[in-house]
Design a protein around this ligand. Structure first.
Ligand SMILES: CC(C)(COP(=O)(O)OP(=O)(O)OC[C@H]1O[C@@H](n2cnc3c(N)ncnc32)[C@H](O)[C@@H]1OP(=O)(O)O)[C@@H](O)C(=O)NCCC(=O)NCCS
Length: 169
């Protein structure tokens, strides 16, 4: 009887450990800063997700790679087994931090990759003393709205106005 109980307890313990391993594996995502070699992959993710992307203009390699030298821009990527599976572009004006172009590969969605990218970006914004973090979301992007609500963001009823030098700006 005692042997049976010990065997049963060991069995339960194995299940727990295996379960824990699975969780660790699913979270086996590295969040790191973007570097120039990542350009093709992050633009592929943006393109696949149909995010506004202007490769001839503000999103050209020269512009994006130039921005990382600028202290007001933070580009983070999420990497799984050497492959980039998510990205976010943060920018700030000294007062407010902006979350732009958040994207996660379709095969990695709903695994907290966006949550982790945003947490890292928020932590960097907080380190430089920013107290407001914001993002603009297309009114048709209901998924993104839900995600940001889940991440603690509140919606404001504002209309976005802009003036561009060209379509590519
Ligand atoms: C928006 C996007 C980045 C979310 O990435 P993700 O890694 O799947 O999100 P997470 O797994 O980190 O989820 C964060 C929270 O949002 C919720 N969530 C994620 N996808 C959701 C969905 N489709 N519907 C409802 N809630 C969702 C999660 O449940 C989680 O909340 P919880 O922890 O309270 O359960 C991803 O769907 C995407 O790349 N979409 C296309 C690009 C895009 O629209 N980007 C936003 C531009 S503003």
């Amino acid at each position: 009887m005692v042997a049976y109980c010990l065997f049963y307890l060991f069995h339960l313990f194995s299940i727990c450990v295996a379960g824990k391993d699975t969780v660790v594996k699913s979270q086996d995502i590295l969040i790191r800063e973007y570097n120039q070699e990542d350009y093709d992959r992050i633009t592929e993710l943006w393109r696949n997700a149909r995010l506004p992307f202007r490769p001839e203009g503000r999103d050209s390699p020269v512009k994006i790679n130039g921005q990382i030298k600028d202290a007001t821009t933070i580009i983070l990527v999420a990497e799984s087994e050497g492959r980039i599976v998510g990205a976010v572009l943060g920018a700030h004006d000294g007062r407010k931090g902006w979350v732009n172009r958040l994207v996660v590969d379709t095969g990695f969605r709903r695994k907290n990759v966006a949550r982790r990218l945003i947490a890292e970006l928020e932590s960097r914004f907080e380190t430089i003393g920013l107290e407001v973090i914001a993002c603009l979301i297309d009114v048709k992007n209901t998924v993104s709205m839900e995600v940001f609500k889940r991440l603690g963001y509140e919606q404001s009823d504002v209309k976005y106005f802009s003036k561009r030098k060209s379509w590519n700006s």
